[in-house]
Design a protein around this ligand. Sequence first.
Ligand SMILES: [Cu+2]
Length: 105
Amino acid sequence: MLRAVLLALAALASAGALAQGTVEVNIEQYKFAPRELKVKAGTTVKWINNEKRASHSVLFPDEGGLESDRMMPGDSWQRTFLKPGRYRYGCGPHPEMSGVVEVTE
Ligand SMILES: [Cu+2]
C-alpha cells in the first residue's frame, strides 16, 4: 500500500517536472517552428512531427551526426540539454531544414 502511494507520488513529481521543463518544437511543412529556441540548461526539447505524410529526423551535425530515429507523422522525439551552448540541427532526409537550440546557464 505504502509502496503504491510512493510510486504514485513519484509519477506525479516526474510529470510535474516534465510539464515545467519541456519545450516543444513543431515540425510542419518541412520547417521547424520555432526555428530558433533559447532555453535554460536542463530543459528538454520535444520535436513533434505534425506533417500529414512526410517523415523527418533531428540531426546534430556538430556532434558526430547524432540523429533521432525517423519520425513518422504523429511521432515525437526529445532531448534534454544539460550543457550551455549553441546546438545547430537539421533533418537527415531534408538538408534544407534547419534549426538552432541555444542553451544558456
Ligand atoms: Cu525532414
